[in-house]
Design a protein around this ligand. Structure first.
Ligand SMILES: [Zn+2]
Ligand SMILES: [Zn+2]
Length: 118
């Protein structure tokens, strides 16, 4: 998974459009598109930096700085293909509590909601 795909999953899981996030985070129009599409430009300390992106977006929707950094540096990290949650930031449903892995690619929360990976 690319860092941009992760951001898109987390944004969609929060029910936000790119424009919503740009307005919530005070970013210029088009900024989310460049983050989500700019997979090749993600490099620690350069171009699209994961720490900078996290600082910009953390107030707008839930995302995990560690997952974002690992994806940017191509380290191994398991992320749900339905909603972008991970062991480091599991879903926390009011009724059902934290999610776990349902299968190799998606979590119990996505399974219950019928949000299956593509
Ligand atoms: Zn999920
Ligand atoms: Zn989950």
């Amino acid at each position: 998974m690319t860092p941009g795909r992760y951001l898109a999953l987390r944004r969609l899981a929060a029910g936000l459009s790119r424009a919503d996030v740009e307005s919530l985070a005070g970013l210029l129009p088009g900024h989310m598109e460049s983050l989500e599409e700019g997979a090749g430009g993600w490099t620690v300390g350069k171009m699209i930096d994961p720490a900078t992106a996290y600082d910009q977006l953390a107030g707008a929707f839930p995302l995990c700085p560690i997952v974002l950094r690992r994806l940017a540096t191509r380290e191994r990290v398991s992320v749900c293909l339905g909603c972008g949650c991970s062991e480091l930031d599991a879903c926390d449903d009011e009724e059902y509590g934290p999610c776990s892995w349902f299968g190799p690619a998606h979590c119990t929360d996505c399974e219950r909601k019928g949000v299956l990976p593509e």
